[in-house]
Design a protein around this ligand. Structure first.
Ligand code: AHR
Length: 528
C-alpha cells in the first residue's frame, strides 16, 4: 500500500469525522403524552381539497370525457379516482376560487353537445367547454366518496341564480328544476354538505367593502338553501361566509359583528380564510424544483406564519362567538411557487417536493392544534394546480409527496386530539431560525393512539423517546416519508423517489423510542 495514500485516507477520514459527523449525529427529543388527556375532535373536513376550473386541474386532470382512450368512468379518470379514494377526501370545493364568481351553472348541465363554450376569463381566457358541470362534479364526488362544497356566484350572479342551482341539486319534490335534473339522468336529490357564499369578495370576487359584502351575505344566506328533505336535520348544509386572505382583522370584525346580531332569517356556519405560503411575497417566485436548503428553510419559516394568522382571526371570532359556533374554514392554503418554466403562467403549474410534504404536515398539525375552531380546510389544489396531490400528463399520472402526507394522516380524520409535551428546539440556517421538530398525537375511535413527528432539520436525524401514559401499548408500527434532497420530487419516470416506507420503533415500559431521519414526516401507531 502506498503510504502517501494511507496518510491521505486517514486525514480525509478525520476531516470527514470533524465536518460531517456533527451534522449526522442524532439529536434527542423527549416527548410526553398522556392519552387520557384529550382535546377537540380533529374534524376530518380539515383534510378537504379544492378543484377549480383552472388550467389542467379539472380538464385533463380529472375529466377526460367518456370518449377518451384514457380509462375513465363516465368521463372521469379511473387512475385519479383510485388514488383519491385512498385519501378518504372528506370534501371538495368547486368551481372556485376566483372562477366561482363568474360561473353560471346552467351552462354546465344537459346534453354535452348542447352546452355552450365559454371563456374562462379568471384563468388565462381559455375556452371552457362546460362538459364538466354540476352532474359531472356530483358523479366525481360519488366516485371518490366525498362531500360537495359548492361556491355560489355572488360577484356576477344573482341570489335567484344561486337559489335555483341549489334547488336543481337538492330538490326531491317534483319541481321543474328537480324534473330537469331527473331528465339529465339524476332523479335522486344530491346531498350537498357545504356552500360557500362568494370567494375573496374583497378582491377577485367583486372588490367589495366588508359592509357591502355583509349585505350580500345576508341576502344569499336568506334565499339560497339546500331543500333536500334528507338534509333538514343534524346533517344540514353548512354555509360558509367569505373571510380575509390577509392577516388584518377588519373584515373578520365586520362579518362576525353582523353574525352576532343575526336573527332567524339568516345565518352562516363557517368563516372562510385563505392563506398561501409565498416566502418571497407576491408574485410567488420560489422555484418548485432544483432549489437548496436556503429556499427550504425560508419556505418552512414562512408557512409557520399560519399559526399567527389563525390566532389573529380567532381572537376576533372569540369576541363575537365565544361558544365557537362558527367554524374557521381555511378553504385555500398551501405552497404557491413560481410557475414551472415552459408552462402557461395562468395554469399555476408547479412540481411538488419533499419540502412541500413537510410544509403540509406543519400546516395540518397547526389546524389540529386549533381543532376547536378550525373545523374545515381545503388545500389548493387537488390535481395539476399549485400544491397538488396528483400530477397528470395525458395518460400518465404520478402522486406527489404531499399526497403521501395526506395518506399517512388518514388515521387523524375525526380522531381526538391528545396534547403532546415537547421542546421543539431550534435550528439556525442561513439567517433563519426554525423549530427543529413538530409533533401531533390523537386517539382514533377504536382507542388507538397515533403520533406524528416532523423533523425539519435538513441534516440531522432525531432520536425520539416518548413517555406514554393513559394507554397501554405493547408495540408500535409506522411509516416515514423522506428522500435524498429537500427538493426531491416524484416524476412520471421516477414515481417512487419520495414515498413512505416502514420505520421501526419500540415500546417498552410505557416508553416509545425511535430515530427519525432528517427532513422527514413520520406517523406511528401504538398497538395494544
Ligand atoms: O387557488 C388559486 C386562486 O387563489 C383562487 O382562485 C383564488 O381564490 C385565490 O386567490
Amino acid at each position: 500500500m502506498n503510504l502517501g495514500n494511507l496518510r491521505f485516507n486517514l486525514s480525509f477520514s478525520l476531516l470527514t469525522l470533524i465536518f460531517v459527523a456533527p451534522f449526522s449525529v442524532a439529536q434527542d427529543a423527549h416527548l410526553s403524552i398522556d392519552a387520557s388527556k384529550t382535546g377537540a375532535k380533529i374534524d376530518r373536513n380539515i383534510f378537504g381539497q379544492f378543484a377549480e376550473n383552472l388550467g389542467h386541474g379539472l380538464y385533463e386532470g380529472i375529466w377526460v370525457g367518456p370518449d377518451s382512450t384514457i380509462p375513465n368512468t363516465r368521463g372521469i379518470r379511473n387512475d385519479v379516482v383510485t388514488a383519491l379514494r385512498a385519501l378518504k377526501v372528506p370534501n371538495v370545493r368547486w368551481p372556485g376560487g376566483c372562477f366561482a364568481d363568474q360561473y353560471h351553472w346552467r351552462k354546465g348541465i344537459g346534453p354535452a353537445k348542447l352546452r355552450p363554450a365559454t371563456l374562462n376569463s379568471a384563468w388565462g381566457g381559455v375556452v371552457d367547454t362546460n362538459s364538466f358541470g354540476t352532474d359531472e362534479f356530483m358523479d366525481f364526488m360519488q366516485q371518490i366518496g366525498s362531500q360537495p362544497y359548492v361556491s355560489v356566484n355572488v360577484g356576477s350572479g344573482t341570489p335567484q341564480e344561486a337559489s335555483e342551482w341549489l334547488e336543481y341539486m337538492t330538490a326531491a319534490q317534483p319541481t321543474a328544476l328537480a324534473k330537469e335534473r331527473a331528465a339529465n339522468g339524476h332523479p335522486d336529490a344530491y346531498t350537498v354538505g357545504f356552500m360557500g357564499i362568494g370567494n375573496e369578495s374583497w378582491s377577485c370576487g367583486g372588490d367589495m367593502t366588508a359592509d357591502y359584502y355583509v349585505s350580500q351575505l345576508k341576502i344569499y344566506s336568506r334565499f339560497v338553501d339546500n331543500v333536500n328533505p334528507a338534509q333538514q336535520g343534524a346533517n344540514h348544509m353548512l354555509k360558509v361566509a367569505v373571510g380575509p386572505g390577509f392577516p388584518e382583522t377588519d373584515w373578520t370584525e365586520a362579518v362576525m359583528k353582523a353574525w352576532q346580531h343575526h336573527d332567524w332569517s339568516w345565518n352562516f356556519d363557517g368563516l372562510s380564510v385563505h392563506w398561501y405560503t409565498t416566502p418571497n411575497g407576491w408574485p410567488p417566485s420560489t422555484p418548485s424544483t432544483g432549489f437548496g436548503v436556503e429556499d427550504y428553510t425560508k419556505t418552512l419559516k414562512s408557512t409557520l406564519f399560519m399559526e399567527e394568522f389563525l390566532r389573529k382571526q380567532e381572537t376576533v371570532m372569540d369576541k363575537y362567538d365565544p361558544q365557537k359556533k362558527v367554524a374557521l374554514v381555511v378553504d385555500e392554503w398551501g405552497a404557491w411557487h413560481a410557475p414551472l418554466p415552459g408552462t402557461n403562467k395562468d395554469f399555476l403549474v408547479q412540481q411538488n417536493s419533499l419540502r412541500d410534504a413537510i410544509l403540509a404536515s406543519l400546516n395540518l398539525n397547526i389546524f389540529a392544534r386549533h381543532a376547536d375552531r378550525v373545523r374545515m380546510a381545503n388545500i389548493a389544489q387537488m390535481v395539476n394546480v399549485l400544491q397538488a396531490m396528483i400530477l397528470t400528463d395525458k395518460e400518465k399520472m404520478v402522486v406527489t409527496p404531499t399526497y403521501y402526507v395526506f395518506k399517512m394522516y388518514v388515521p387523524f380524520q375525526d380522531a381526538t386530539f391528545v396534547p403532546v409535551d415537547f421542546d421543539p428546539g431550534s435550528l439556525h440556517r442561513d439567517g433563519v431560525t426554525l423549530p427543529r421538530m413538530d409533533a401531533l398525537a390523537a386517539k382514533d375511535a377504536s382507542g388507538k393512539l397515533w403520533i406524528e413527528i416532523t423533523n425539519l432539520d435538513p441534516d440531522k436525524p432525531l432520536g425520539i423517546d416518548a413517555e406514554i401514559t393513559g394507554i397501554s401499548a405493547r408495540s408500535a408500527k409506522g411509516e416515514t416519508l423522506t428522500a435524498i434532497g429537500v427538493d426531491s420530487v416524484n416524476t412520471f419516470t421516477a414515481p417512487n423517489t419520495v414515498a413512505p416506507r416502514p420505520i421501526s420503533a419500540t415500546v417498552k415500559d410505557g416508553k416509545l423510542t425511535l430515530t427519525v431521519e432528517p427532513k422527514s414526516v413520520t406517523v406511528i401507531s401504538l398497538e395494544p
